[in-house]
Design a protein around this ligand. Structure first.
Ligand code: NAD
Ligand code: DAU
Length: 338
């Protein structure tokens, strides 16, 4: 059987990807490697633990000895690398762990993958490596846009992208780099804008909007991100970079208002708070190259948000359990809100 190692499969996107792959391919053995940080949890995988072709490995990607031993033993065919520290605000407070996990962790995985000659190493990156676009321009990031990260998080992701590129150029390791826009959907951790808004509005609590709420993000439902990675992993030529986005640019205020309306609550819940340091103004993706490979997203923003809001209504236990844990002290440090 073809062996696929998914790193970060207990997190938001990696978790959705593991489920997507298990449902689609019975002929693949899927290994989910994750060290279960605050952002990782396995309750999301209860329904797939029945799959005989699924296993979980509790391991730190930066633990070189364990990772190299694992690769030698299992001889994975593909690596799809999601594991990372992913939240911009946390990177502003404490950059060091972002360098360890995102940069050093990626390099450890690259060395291990090189050692066993994997067929493909897919590195899941972000549009944030390109920095920001101006509000009033009709420009988009394409794969040749300069790398100009602005936050410690995006700088750590850009560094790992460059390492992946270098391992392809220097050692001939077969790789692809993907750079996706903002995801949303099931199992999105409630520190990020959309799940934070849904969970707080459902509890009639204030929603913190940074600055004036005019910053723009390009939103993609997580299932469409998963289908893009599946396609790239199987069809793309080694060495190629792909931007992933579905032309859903929205200001933060539009996003928050859409959610409040869909839940029938009042906009009085919106609370403008101090802006994020170095807050990128606008992200927007040109996905032409990926569309030419045959990708088409299923969700537009309206249908994707409706699906996501319904998922959060149906899965209150999952996010309420997170909100009741160590998340409380993070939230108190980050915000002063009712
Ligand atoms: P997440 O924070 O929800 O999940 C990250 C996962 O990685 C968690 O399960 C965590 O336990 C695991 N992890 C962290 N450090 C680890 C380590 N040292 N060893 C092993 N596992 C570790 O993140 P996400 O939002 O699902 O993002 C996944 C990937 O996609 C990241 O690489 C991120 O940069 C990228 N990305 C995210 C978005 C987005 O909108 N969320 C968009 C584009 C790209
Ligand atoms: O663009 C892809 C990136 O999207 C990923 O690489 C990151 O891993 C992911 O976290 C996400 O980064 P953002 O910083 O864009 O996502 P976040 O949900 O944190 O914020 C979205 C926008 O909402 C951003 O402009 C900041 C704003 N915001 C965020 C929070 C948490 C608020 O106004 N209030 C908030 O409380």
């Amino acid at each position: 059987m073809t062996k696929i190692l998914v790193t970060g499969g207990a997190g938001f996107i990696g978790g959705n990807f593991v489920q997507y792959m298990l449902k689609k391919y019975s002929e693949y053995e899927i290994y989910n490697l994750d060290m279960l940080t605050y952002a990782g949890d396995l309750t999301k995988h209860q329904e797939i633990e029945q799959y005989k072709n699924y296993s979980f490995i509790n391991m730190d990607i930066a633990d070189r000895t364990s990772i190299e031993a694992l690769f030698e033993e299992e001889e994975f065919d593909y690596v799809v690398h999601f594991a990372a520290e992913s939240h911009v605000d946390r990177s502003i407070d404490d950059p060091a762990i972002f360098i360890r996990t995102n940069v050093l962790g990626t390099q450890v995985l690259l060395d291990a993958a090189k050692q066993i000659n994997v067929k493909k190493f897919v590195h899941v990156s972000t549009d944030e490596v390109y920095g920001e676009l101006e509000f009033d321009s009709d420009t988009f990031f394409d794969e040749n846009s300069p790398i100009q990260p602005n936050s410690p998080y995006s700088a750590s992701k850009a560094s790992s992208d460059l390492l992946v590129r270098a391992y392809n150029e220097t050692y001939g390791l077969p790789v692809n780099i993907t750079r996706c826009s903002n995801n949303y959907g099931p199992y999105h951790f409630p520190e990020k804008l959309i799940p934070l808004t849904i969970s707080r509005v459902l509890n009639d609590q204030e929603v913190p909007v940074y600055g004036n709420g005019n910053n723009i993000r390009d939103w993609l439902h997580v299932t469409d991100h998963c289908s893009a990675i599946d396609l790239i992993m199987h069809e793309a030529k080694s060495g190629e970079v792909f931007n992933i986005g579905g032309h859903n640019e929205k200001s933060n205020l539009e996003v928050v208002r859409t959610i409040i309306r869909s839940l029938g609550k009042s906009e009085d819940l919106i609370k403008f708070v101090t802006d994020r340091k170095g807050h990128d103004k606008r992200y927007a993706i040109d996905p032409t190259k990926l569309e030419q490979l045959g990708w088409k997203p299923v969700y537009d923003f309206e249908s994707g948000i409706a699906h996501t809001v319904q998922w959060f209504l149906d899965n209150k236990d999952w996010w309420e359990n997170i909100l009741s844990g160590e998340y409380q002290s993070y939230f108190k440090k980050q915000y002063t809100l009712k």
